[in-house]
Each structure stands twice: as C-alpha cells, then as structure tokens.
Design a protein around this ligand. Structure first.
Ligand SMILES: Cc1cc2nc3c(=O)[nH]c(=O)nc-3n(C[C@H](O)[C@H](O)[C@H](O)COP(=O)(O)OP(=O)(O)OC[C@H]3O[C@@H](n4cnc5c(N)ncnc54)[C@H](O)[C@@H]3O)c2cc1C
Length: 391
C-alpha cells in the first residue's frame, strides 16, 4: 500500500464486490484508470451462493463485455412457477426476457479477469474520508495508518458503507426478514425444470432455480426473530437444521435439496434496505466523492435486482465520467446521481412493498402495501424493461 499521504491521480474505488469490479471494468473500457481497495484478502467468492440476473442486468453485462462468457455458466430460466401448497393451486408465467442464475464466484471471477493486472489491492480497509480544505480533493485513510489523496472516490463498499457515512446518508434499515441460501449439487443430474420455482405453505416459502444440469440454487426467507445468540448462524449445520424444521410439511424433494446442500454454500443474511424516501432525498455525491451499488441503494432480494442495479450504476457512471472528463468529475457525478435517482427509488419502492407484504405481521400494513403495489406497479416486471444504455 501507499506511504502516508501518497498523492494519486487515479480514481479510487472502495470495495471489490460486484459493483466495485463492474465500475473498474466500465472505467477501464472507457480508458480511465482506477484502483480498487478491498478489505478482504481475496475476492469474496469462496462461499458458493448464487445470484439471479434478469434482462436489465444482462444488458449491463453485455456493455461490460463479460455476458457471453457468463452465458456459458448459467442455463436460461424459462418461466416462473408459484405453487401454493395450502390450496394446491399453482400459477405459471413465462419469464420476461433473459434470466439466468449464476454462481457469484463465476460473476466476480469474470469481472476480475477482464481487469488489467493489479487493479485491485486486497487487504486494504478504508477507515475514513475527509476533504483537503485547500484543494477539496478527498483524502482516504486506511486502518493500517496509510492514506492516499484521490482524484475521485467511488464508494462501492456495500450496505455498511463508510463512503455513504461520509456523505451523511441515513443509516440503512432492516426488513423483518432474514434469508437462508444454499447450493445443492446433484452429481447424476437433477430432474427440475429450468424455471424459478417458488413453493409456499403456512407463510413459509422456498425458491429453487437450477444453474446448470447438476447445480441448483435455493433460498428460504424466514421471519427475523430478535434476540438469541446470533453466532449460531455461523454454523452451516445450525442453518440447515433450522430450515428443515421450518419446512417439515414440504415435499420430500425440497427437504432433500436442503439436506444435500454443500455446507460451504449455506448462508444466513439479515435483509437490509435503504428506505425509498431516503433515496429520494439523499445527497449521493459531494464534490469528487460518490457511491454506487449497495452503498447507495441496498434493497431486499425480493425482485432479484440489487446486483443488477449495481451493474447499471457502473455503466452509467463510467459513461458520464468519460463524457465529462476527469477534470469535470463533479459534474459527471451530479449527472450520474440525476440519472440513477428515480430508477433506484422506483426499484427500491417496489422491493420494499414486496418485502413488507411477505414480512409484516400486521394485516393492515400488508393490505396497504398490496394496494400500493397494485396502483404503482400493475406491471410487476416493469423493472426488467429498464435499459441503462450504452457504455
Ligand atoms: C439474500 C440475498 C439474495 C440476493 N439475490 C439477488 C439476486 O438474485 N439478484 C440480484 O441482482 N441481487 C441480489 N441480491 C443483492 C446483491 O447481492 C447485492 O445488491 C450485491 O451483491 C451488492 O454488490 P456491491 O458490490 O454493491 O456490494 P457488496 O457485495 O457488499 O460488496 C462490497 C465490497 O466492499 C468491501 N468493503 C466494505 N467495506 C470496506 C472498507 N471499509 N474498505 C474496503 N473494502 C470494503 C467488502 O469486503 C465487499 O467486498 C441479493 C441479496 C441478498 C442479501
């Protein structure tokens, strides 16, 4: 890492998650050099969970030039099927546009592999940011005591972002839900359709999407029970057992899928969001500092859009920075925020209302959310129609 007070003429990105890597790649494609600082010692791709990428996300991946390599790793998902075990009803809808599930590892690896060598500096955790009073350039301080003066800073440091704190954004909030996710491998092939299959009974829901002929991604949102020792959720077997207990009456094929899930892939996440009304008013850039991805608009997974929205951010941000030039980076950041604000407000509002319908215990709140969903989002898949444009 740089010595104390190193002056860098580079764009600095904080965080090498999906959005940080995509932003570095988008800038690279526009001829702008950047350096990514990541606190982990390597790409966080050791846990094997997956991510659904819908049509708008594929548009962004096409612009980044990594879509074709990724299309080889995840099979197309053709339809959505919702099965209500209580009344033995089911609803089937064709998938709107291209949709695939990918192993997160494949997505991160593809973005990383397309970057010039040494773009990402691992083991560098940002501690704080301040502005140089004379030049207004951002000074980044890392926990090892080193610091760097940047040309511009893009915070892609996730839901608990230090860069968002610097911008005085309101803290993110928690849904009354958590999510368990896993990957199950069928060495002799699974027999499932290539569809997003959701099955529900007594307010419990399991979703299942095949990635390829052998690998199946599944998720199970559960009510958040406050209190208790949170450390037990670091144990994959505790996650597996609690999920199986919840799904006692579910079909055998669902329980078997959870029983055979790879222990390394089992994860348990409290679901956070940035409130849509905070997105409407928040100051997402200050001079040469801005945020993107979950740092800007963390949302629940109910529409499968958080990651794709981060990919869109990357394309729009790099396009504006190339158009305006690095000498006018403040103008580029203002334009980026202007373009992205209403997109992420709408996406987050639809996600929030969907999450509250699933998670709230109040019948009145649930009804209000259903009414708003119907009035504002009568085309429920409008979010996949968005096109972030050319890089
Ligand atoms: C249960 C669940 C299911 C989901 N399913 C989908 C889906 O199907 N489709 C979809 O599109 N989205 C989905 N999402 C959302 C998606 O996972 C996120 O939107 C996406 O991963 C965010 O990427 P990011 O790069 O913005 O942030 P992150 O992935 O959080 O990456 C932030 C990076 O910054 C690093 N970092 C943090 N702080 C610092 C620091 N101080 N210094 C240096 N580095 C730092 C972190 O180590 C990390 O590598 C889901 C989310 C959840 C919780």
């Amino acid at each position: 890492m740089g010595e104390v007070g190193m002056d860098s003429n580079l764009v600095i990105i904080i965080g090498a998650g999906i959005c940080g890597l995509a932003t570095a790649l988008a800038l690279h494609k526009k001829g702008i050099k950047s350096l990514v600082f990541e606190r982990s010692e390597n790409l966080r791709n050791t846990t094997g969970t997956a991510i659904g990428i819908l049509r708008n996300g594929w548009r962004a991946l096409d612009q980044l030039g990594v879509a074709d390599v990724l299309r080889r790793t995840g099979f197309p998902i053709l339809r959505e099927r919702m099965v209500l075990l209580d009344g033995m009803k089911q609803q089937v809808m064709p998938m709107k546009g291209e949709s695939r599930s990918l192993k997160r590892k494949d997505l991160l690896d593809a973005l990383y592999a397309a970057l010039p060598p040494a773009t990402v500096k691992f083991g560098c955790e940002l501690e704080s940011i301040k502005l140089d009073p004379k030049t207004t350039r951002p000074i980044l301080r890392f926990i090892d005591g080193s610091s760097i003066i940047a040309k511009a800073v893009i915070g892609c440091d996730g839901a608990k972002s230090i860069v968002a704190e610097f911008l005085n954004l309101k803290p993110t909030k928690m849904f009354p839900l958590r999510s368990v996710r896993g990957l199950s491998n069928y060495p002799n092939g699974h027999s499932f359709e290539y569809e997003l299959y959701r099955i529900t009974k007594d307010n419990n829901l399991v979703g299942r999407v095949p990635i390829d002929n052998n690998l199946v991604y599944w998720f199970c949102p559960q009510p958040n029970v406050p209190g208790g020792d949170e450390r037990i959720w670091e144990d994959p077997e505790a996650i597996r057992q609690s999920t199986l207990e919840l799904l006692g009456d579910f079909p055998e094929e669902i329980k078997e899928m959870i029983e055979i899930a790879d222990a390394n892939s089992l994860s348990f996440t409290h679901l956070r969001y940035r409130a849509p009304w905070d997105l409407l008013r928040g100051t997402f850039c200050n001079g040469r500092v801005t945020v993107a991805g979950d740092a800007m608009h963390v949302m629940g997974p109910f529409l499968g859009q958080g990651g794709s929205a981060g990919l869109e951010d990357a394309v729009v941000l790099a396009r504006n920075m190339a158009e305006k030039g690095l000498d006018n980076v403040e103008e580029a950041f203002n334009l980026y925020v202007k373009v992205r604000r209403m997109r992420v407000v709408r996406l987050s509002l639809q996600t929030y209302l969907t999450g509250m319908v699933m998670g709230t215990s109040s019948l009145v709140k649930r009804l209000i959310c259903i009414v708003f969903l119907f009035l504002l989002f009568h085309n429920p898949s409008v979010h996949v129609d968005y096109d972030c444009g050319r890089l």
